[in-house]
Design a protein around this ligand. Sequence first.
Ligand SMILES: Nc1ncnc2c1ncn2[C@@H]1O[C@H](COP(=O)(O)OP(=O)(O)OP(=O)(O)O)[C@@H](O)[C@H]1O
Ligand SMILES: [Mg+2]
Length: 299
Amino acid sequence: MLALKEVLEALRQLGPDEFRVLSAVERGMSRYMYVPMEEISRLTRYDEDYTSALVRKLNSMGLLQRHTGNYVGYILTSRGYDCLALNTLIKRGVLESIGVSPLGRGKESDVYPGKTAGNKLVAVKFHRIGRTSFRQTRKLRSYIGERRHISWLYQSRLAAESEYRALRILHPSGVSVPKPIDWNRHIVVYECLEGVELFRAPELADAALFRDLLLEEILKAYGKGVVHSDLSEYNVMVVGEKPVLFDWPQWVSSSHPMAMHYLKRDIHNILKFFKRKYDISYDLNKVINKLMSRGEGFA
Ligand SMILES: Nc1ncnc2c1ncn2[C@@H]1O[C@H](COP(=O)(O)OP(=O)(O)OP(=O)(O)O)[C@@H](O)[C@H]1O
Ligand SMILES: [Mg+2]
C-alpha cells in the first residue's frame, strides 16, 4: 500500500528540472512501453549526462522504475504520477495541504483530506485502477471501449476525468453529490462530506423518508442523463438527514444501451438495503413504474 507521507516527502525534494524529467517520461509512455534515456533527454532538452543524473535520482526515490530487457527504459511509478498531479494542483492554487491519514480507501482509490488555498476542507481522491484486476475492467468497460492495451496510468486518469465530468453535470443541476473543485491526471478534488456512509450509519430517524429522498436523487440524476451504475449503501453518505451520492467514475449516459439495466440495479440495491436493515418491503417493478410514470427523464 502506498503511503502518502512518502509521496509528500519526495515532493519536497523535487525542483523544476526533476518535474521536467517526470513529465517527459509521462509523455514518452504514450509511445514507449519503457522510455529510453535518449528519448527522455530529447523531450527534456537536457544533455544525456544531466538527464541521466536526474533519472538516477528519481529512480532511487522510487518515482521512476528502471526496466532492463532488450533495452534499458523507464516508466513512472504511481508515486511519480502522484507527484506530477499534486504538483499541478498545488501550482494552480487548488491544494495547499493534504493530510496523510485517509478519509477512506476503496478498492480502486485512496481518498485523503486536503485544504485549498482559501483554507477550505476538501476530499482528494486518487484513482488507482490496476491495483485490482477483475472489478476494474467491469467497471471501466463503458469508457475504455474496445481498446485493449491500456495502462494503469491512463485508466486511472480516465476514471478521474469521468468522475469529475459526472459531478460537473450533476452538482449545478441540484443533484445531491459532492461539489467538484478540480481534477488533474488521476486525482479529483471535491467537497469533503461531513457524514457517514449509509451502510454504517446509525439507525436513521425516518428510514422510509430517507429512502424516498435517495430514490428522488437517482431520478434527478437520470433526468440529467446520468446513471450511477455502482450505487449501493457503500456509495451514499448520510449528511444530516440527507443522502449524498458519491463515487461516480463508472457512470453511464442514459442513452447507453445498458442504462436502464444499471438504473434498475442501482434502485434494486438501495431497496434491498432498506428491506434488510429497516424491514421496508418493496416491489421493484412497482417502484420503477411509479418513478417512470412521473414523466421527467423517465421516458
Ligand atoms: N467527499 C468525501 N468526503 C468524505 N469522505 C469521502 C468522500 N469521498 C469518498 N470518501 C471516503 O472514501 C471512501 C472511498 O471513496 P469512493 O467510494 O469514492 O471510492 P471507491 O470506494 O474506491 O470506489 P469503489 O466503490 O469502486 O471501491 C468512501 O467510502 C468514503 O469513506
Ligand atoms: Mg465506493
